[in-house]
Design a protein. Structure first.
Length: 145
C-alpha cells in the first residue's frame, strides 16, 4: 500500500506453498554462520539491507542482476533454480510426487509438465523390449508342437 513502506507478507499462493523443507548441509552451515553476525536494524531478517531493514525488491533485483552477470550467468532466474532442482530430482530417479512436494505444487502434473525434462533418451525402454523379445523367443524355442 502506498505510504506504508516495505511490508513482509507471510501468505503463500496455495497451501502447498506452506511446507517444511529439509535443507542441504551447505545451506545449514551458511545460515548458522549468519546467525553469529551482529544484528543491526529494525527487523530480525536473515538477509537484511545494509541499513538492517527489509530489502527493497527493486534494489535486490539490481544486486542479483549484477551478481549473475559477474558470474557469467546473466540469464539465470529464480525459475532457473527451481527448474534445476526439478531436473536433479528427475535425474536421481525420484518420483514426480517428491518433486511436487519439494517445489510446493499441489498437482504432480504441474511438476511433470512444466519442470521435469522431456525429450530424453531412455535406454531402459530398449532394455525392456530386448528382454521381452528374448523371453518370448525363449518360450518359442522351448515349446513343442
Amino acid at each position: 500500500m502506498t505510504g506504508q513502506g516495505l511490508m513482509r507478507v507471510d501468505e503463500t499462493k496455495s497451501t502447498a506453498g506452506r511446507r517444511t523443507l529439509p535443507l542441504p548441509k551447505f545451506a545449514i552451515e551458511m545460515l548458522q554462520k549468519r546467525r553469529h553476525l551482529p544484528y543491526f536494524g529494525e527487523q530480525t531478517v536473515i538477509f537484511p539491507s545494509t541499513a538492517g531493514t527489509l530489502r527493497d525488491p527493486n534494489n535486490f533485483a539490481k544486486e542479483w542482476r549484477t551478481a549473475r552477470e559477474e558470474l557469467g550467468h546473466g540469464d539465470a532466474t529464480t525459475h532457473s533454480f527451481r527448474k534445476t532442482v526439478a531436473t536433479l530430482i528427475d535425474d536421481e530417479g525420484l518420483s514426480a510426487r517428491i518433486g511436487a512436494d519439494h517445489l510446493g505444487h499441489s498437482h504432480v502434473s504441474m511438476t511433470q509438465d512444466r519442470y521435469m525434462s522431456r525429450g530424453r533418451i531412455h535406454t531402459q525402454v530398449a532394455d525392456l523390449l530386448d528382454r521381452a523379445v528374448r523371453e518370448g523367443h525363449d518360450d518359442d524355442e522351448t515349446s513343442t508342437d
